[in-house]
Design a protein around this ligand. Structure first.
Ligand SMILES: *Cc1c(COP(=O)(O)O)cnc(C)c1O
Length: 379
């Protein structure tokens, strides 16, 4: 049984859930990266290997989101993302495993190798792909697609919010915090002082924060913003924290109403750079350091920026007291390599406007050749 349901049996009765991943994900100490950073202890939570065919933290959300779609007897799920969205791809892969069609409504983003891989993989796993120049056109197209599927399937598709960041989805990360507490209790790692996680559509950081407090851990979440400030800020963070907490309390009154404030989760704005999915020098340096010292593959949109914040803090802290401090890097990225699966696919089979990503250069900082990246190091 998953740790959240062990603690709150009423939640098990009230929430749909379908197991998709391999949990608990391992925790490892990154001694070689510590040696480079020079002070403090650094651990990693390996959510990148949460799934046999495709990993990442999105799987935790999908166990609840797709569970709810199955319970609603949906035939299809419809979700949103930027062209290279890991969330859209993860939804497609796991929806298909469950016999559900996926419909993806996508928006433009800066070009990168992973965008090409994710688009081809979404096609390989039979997603219905739609692409729009702007959010207004996306809204209109989504209404069209919902109606179209109502006519052909006899049912509306189940909607999944961008990034899967609804209370239902974020519940997967509440469970992750209880999973982490079990690992702390078993001595696999000390209770972290700080937990670094990327902040995109916010559900990951929101779920972890609510879960850590409910689980009685004192770790501070450091949420490294990687998306625009208009949607990702202190106000929207507090709103999502409250929304998730009320959702869980309503389904199991023994789940506490927590007094969550911005002392529980710090938003870091200083590693974002200029745009969503536009890589930064510090972020790509962090990606290279993780590869070189630990053999683990990160990327420039989320996890590189997040590790850059962790490393910068570690260097600053060296001068003050916190030599023994423990930082946990939550690896939210999928590290199962899909490039071989999509190698033979022709991008001309994608909707025509998406060909742009294959016919134009990737951004200058995207220097990693995905063909040369090995899979996870297997331990
Ligand atoms: C989606 C995603 C995140 C961020 O999670 P949110 O819940 O959207 O904030 C972090 N890392 C990777 C690799 C992701 O795909």
């Amino acid at each position: 049984m998953i740790p959240l349901f062990e603690q709150y049996p009423d939640l098990q009765r009230r929430l749909a859930y379908v197991p998709l991943g391999q949990f608990p994900t391992p925790v490892q100490r990154l001694e070689r990266l510590e040696g480079y950073a020079g002070s403090g202890r650094i651990y990693i939570k390996r959510d990148d290997i949460s799934g046999e065919s495709y990993g990442g933290a999105k799987l935790r959300k999908l166990e609840f989101l797709l569970g709810a779609a199955l319970q609603a007897r949906a035939k299809a799920v419809l979700t949103f993302g930027y062209a290279g969205s890991n969330h859209a791809l993860a939804t497609t892969i796991y929806a298909r495993k469950l016999g559900l069609q996926s419909i993806l409504e996508l928006l433009p983003q800066p070009n990168a190798h992973y965008v090409r891989t994710n688009l081809l993989a979404a096609h390989l796993f039979e997603a219905e792909l739609h692409y729009y120049r702007n959010p207004l056109l996306l809204a209109l197209g989504t209404i069209r697609d919902l109606l179209k599927h109502k006519l052909t399937d006899g049912k509306f598709p189940t909607l999944i919010r961008p990034g899967g960041s609804s209370p239902v989805g974020a519940t997967g990360l509440v469970n992750a915090a209880f999973e982490l507490r079990n690992q702390v209790e078993r001595g696999i790692l000390p209770e972290p002082d700080r937990i670094y996680v990327a902040l995109g559509s916010m559900g990951t950081a929101v779920g972890l924060t609510v879960g850590l407090r409910a689980a009685g851990l004192k770790s501070q979440v450091v949420a490294v913003r990687v998306a625009g400030r208009a949607f990702v800020n202190e106000r929207t963070m507090l709103r999502q924290l409250g929304e998730l907490n009320r959702f869980l309390h309503a389904r199991d009154p023994s789940f506490p109403m927590l007094e969550l404030t911005l002392a529980d989760v710090e938003i870091r704005h200083d590693f974002y750079g200029r745009h969503y999915a536009l890589f930064t020098d510090e972020g790509m340096e962090a990606v290279a350091l993780m590869k070189q010292h630990e053999g683990i593959t990160l990327e420039g949109t989320y996890t590189g920026k997040t590790l850059a914040a962790l490393l910068a803090d570690t260097e600053h802290r060296e001068r003050d007291q916190s030599r023994g401090s423990v930082a946990l890097f939550w690896n939210t990225y999928n590290s199962r390599n899909l490039t071989a699966d999509v190698a033979g696919l022709d991008y001309h089979r994608l909707p025509r406007p998406l060909h742009w990503y294959f016919e134009h250069d990737v951004q200058p900082l995207d220097t990693l050749d995905p063909g040369s990246i090995e899979g996870p190091d297997g331990d």
